[in-house]
Design a protein around this ligand. Structure first.
Ligand SMILES: NC(=O)C1=CN([C@@H]2O[C@H](COP(=O)(O)OP(=O)(O)OC[C@H]3O[C@@H](n4cnc5c(N)ncnc54)[C@H](O)[C@@H]3O)[C@@H](O)[C@H]2O)C=CC1
Ligand SMILES: O=C(O)C(=O)COP(=O)(O)O
Length: 526
């Protein structure tokens, strides 16, 4: 019989499901060394945010087949190491959405009415009605950073309370934001105008310390900020200093850079700050939901069945995958590329499967294109299982067409995306069955393999332009690995695709578009 270790508190409903197929040991509060010592005995590990599943732990887990996170965030799991070792990582993307959203809303109201401190003062025996004059949220502006599952529910409730809603989410379409009743704005404007700011984004390299002394300085002195997403998105020392100096009116935090929270300036602040010990998902309902959701997936994987919310493996049959693998990679690369060219906030994706790809078996390529398209927004959390649902939730319309007539290649894939930078298209094919080639960008024929850092220009085909661009890049110490021009007619419009060795330095795109003849320039990281 399989063995499952549950190393954080999980609802009994989950334990009951696991017990149908495995021996279950519940051992919470283990130190890393203790976990490392015993993990080798187990086929599955079930956790919440309390257990750090590091590379060391995963490598010691020689029998591990699956790690189940009974919640959303998998930032405490070394997913790349698990993937390399063939261990499935699953989570419960929706089980605690309502609990986390309600906690953020509770924090907003508690901050506005000083409920924790007023309660403590009555319990101390006082009857002080003057120290706790509050503020109403009605007709105030709520700025939501991250309009995903939790952010959207916060929006719906806040709207019903009469709040005006602003949102910042570079990966959500205007159409989707409007449906939720939010106005999408840039982050600076949100910070300047909001009376309350609530964060609902994942912790990624881009969002770490997204809120720092500079962003806090943009807030109104009467504004308050709430973080029920992840510790480390707000720089805690900068926040404590801003609250202490009265630069902002207050903050409510459920999550911290290091948990449990140790010595911290945050603890010494008064009623303007509320701290809770990572309670966002701690409702009876959410704990039952996530425990069942994840335990069912662990049970299924131990029985050799696929998992429905795997964050690191495709939920497709191995035979289909093997055949389509190189094309899946092509579709992901093209999706990632066209998403960046279209500016991220994509509303419409046209997928055209051409030549031998125009068969019904190629449906996974549409999913792979969406996975690529959403990669910039969701990173490793988007997978073949959730890409279509995530796209739908973001209001991305997908139109799929099949054209069996082969063009220059036996099979090719054409993607056209409409986003905040307009409509852009890319086509790609495989060379020698394996090597990915871009064969067309915005209707201009090219033939280049994609590379990690790329620069595209739209320019007039005229003498001297390539030299000028080369010298400009040289003056910024940018090394060109390869370059190709695609044009439809001589001396008409043309596209240049350059592979470069490093990311483009800040400010250079603006310089490039100043070169006479160059109309536009885009850079992408693949
Ligand atoms: N305090 C707690 O106990 C809980 C915390 N969480 C945390 O809440 C957060 C949100 O969860 P969900 O709404 O389920 O995730 P989600 O994936 O549905 O939504 C996240 C949104 O953030 C957006 N986003 C990504 N990068 C961004 C950036 N740089 N700037 C602005 N927006 C960006 C994405 O486009 C997406 O719409 C996660 O960090 C999760 O770990 C979730 C449950 C409980
Ligand atoms: O689901 C999440 O991302 C959470 O942050 C909840 O964490 P928890 O399961 O309560 O330790």
């Amino acid at each position: 019989m399989s063995k499952v270790l549950v190393s954080d508190p999980i609802d009994q409903a989950g334990i009951d499901i696991l017990s149908q197929v495995a021996t279950v040991d519940v051992k919470t509060g283990l130190k890393p060394a203790e976990l490392k010592e015993i993990i080798g005995e187990y086929d599955a590990l079930m956790i919440r945010s309390g257990t750090r599943v590091t590379q060391e732990i995963i490598e010691a887990g020689t029998q591990l087949k699956i790690i189940g996170r009974a919640g959303v965030g998998v930032d405490n799991v070394d997913v790349p190491t698990a993937t390399r070792r063939g261990i499935v990582v699953v989570n419960s993307p929706e089980g605690n959405t309502i609990a986390a959203a309600e906690h953020a809303l509770a924090m907003m109201l508690a901050l506005s009415r000083h409920i924790p401190d007023a309660n403590a003062s009555v319990k101390r025996g006082a009857w002080d009605r003057n120290s706790f004059i509050g503020a109403e949220v009605y007709k105030k502006t709520l700025g939501i950073v991250g309009l995903g599952k939790i952010g959207s529910h916060v929006a719906a409730v806040a709207k019903a309370m009469g709040m005006k809603l602003l949102a910042y989410d570079p990966f959500i379409s205007n159409e989707r934001a409007e449906q939720i009743g939010c106005q999408l704005v840039e982050m600076d404007l949100l910070f300047q105008q909001a009376d309350y700011i609530t964060l609902h984004i994942p912790k990624t390299p881009e969002t770490t310390h997204l809120i720092n002394a500079v962003t806090l300085a943009k807030m109104k002195p009467t504004a308050r900020i709430i973080n029920c997403a992840r510790g480390g998105i707000i720089e805690e020392t900068a926040l404590a200093a801003a609250v202490k100096a009265g630069k902002i009116a207050g903050a409510a935090l459920d999550v911290f850079e290091s948990e449990p929270l140790g010595e911290s300036d945050l603890r010494s602040l008064g009623k303007e700050i509320i701290l809770t010990p990572h309670l966002g998902a701690s409702t009876t309902e959410a704990q039952v939901n996530v425990a069942i959701d994840v335990a069912e997936q662990i049970r299924d994987v131990l029985l050799g069945l696929p998992a429905r919310s795997a964050v690191n493996i495709p939920g497709l049959g191995p035979d289909v995958l093997e055949e389509l693998k190189p094309y899946m990679q092509l579709a992901e690369t093209l999706g990632n590329l066209v998403g960046q060219l279209a500016g991220g906030r994509v509303e419409l994706l046209n997928v055209r499967l051409q030549g031998e790809l125009a068969t019904n078996k190629s449906q996974p390529l549409v999913v792979a294109s969406l996975k690529g398209l959403l990669y910039q927004a969701l990173r490793e959390r988007v997978n073949y299982v959730n890409a279509s649902i995530e796209a739908k939730e973001r209001g991305i319309r997908v139109i799929e067409t099949r054209d069996a007539s082969a063009r220059d290649y036996a099979g090719s894939l054409h993607l056209e995306a409409t986003g905040s930078l307009g409509t852009h298209s890319v086509t790609g094919a495989l060379l020698g069955d394996k090597e990915i080639h871009l064969t067309d960008v915005d209707g201009f024929p090219i033939n280049v393999p994609p590379s990690k850092y790329m620069l595209f220009t739209l320019h007039r085909d005229m003498p001297g332009i390539i030299g000028k661009l080369g010298s400009l890049l040289g003056s910024f110490n940018v090394n060109i690995a390869s370059m190709q021009v695609g044009r439809k007619i001589v001396r008409g419009d043309a596209v240049m695709a350059l592979s470069i060795d490093d990311p483009l330095p800040d400010g250079i795109l603006a310089e490039i578009t100043k070169v006479p003849g160059i109309r536009d320039a885009f850079t992408v990281t693949l």
